[in-house]
Write a protein of this length. Structure first.
Length: 169
């Protein structure tokens, strides 16, 4: 596992990061400050377009991408009392994450989309559920360390290729 600094929107940075790489783990985030409420959020879809083009050019075929519960097809499984405040606070972010998921699903890659529950800074426990159906999720949390544990395991084991599991403790 190698962390590569750079700009996820810069094609030359992304191409450089793909040299001698077999698998890409894409985990992006945005500042949840006041600017999130004033303009469009496009980081996830734009960075994914850049990455997919670069992966195609480099011949890298495996992508494990982190989005979140509420993106893509999982949104319809959110309960209404949660969906309304979620839409108000995170709607712009998750609309772009949904576009990111659409782009990944349409690619010819061996992809896995990972949808963690609400993230915490807790310890790695290795006690979490990998839910293959988003409708099975009933809310909860998961530590960032447990998400990292799953990502590393998935890179090695390839258990959820062309799936979008939800991770929750």
């Amino acid at each position: 596992l190698e962390r590569m600094p750079g700009d996820a929107l810069d094609p030359s940075n992304v191409r450089r990061a793909l040299e001698d790489v077999d698998v890409v783990v894409q985990a992006l985030g945005v500042d949840l400050g006041p600017r999130m409420f004033t303009g469009p959020v496009t980081l996830f879809s734009e960075a994914t377009r850049t990455l997919l083009n670069a992966m195609h050019g480099a011949g890298v075929e495996r992508l494990v991408a982190v989005t979140g519960f509420g993106a893509g097809t999982s949104r319809r499984h959110m309960r209404l009392p949660v969906r309304l405040p979620f839409e108000f606070v995170l709607g712009r972010v998750y609309r772009d994450k949904s576009e990111q998921e659409r782009l990944i699903r349409q690619s010819e890659l061996d992809w896995t989309i990972v949808r963690p529950a609400r993230l915490t800074n807790g310890p790695r426990t290795e006690r979490y559920d990998v839910l293959r159906e988003p409708g099975d999720y009933r809310y909860g949390t998961i530590s960032r360390r447990d998400v990292a544990h799953f990502l590393i395991d998935e890179v090695e084991a390839r258990r959820t290729v062309h799936e979008a599991p939800v991770l929750a403790a």
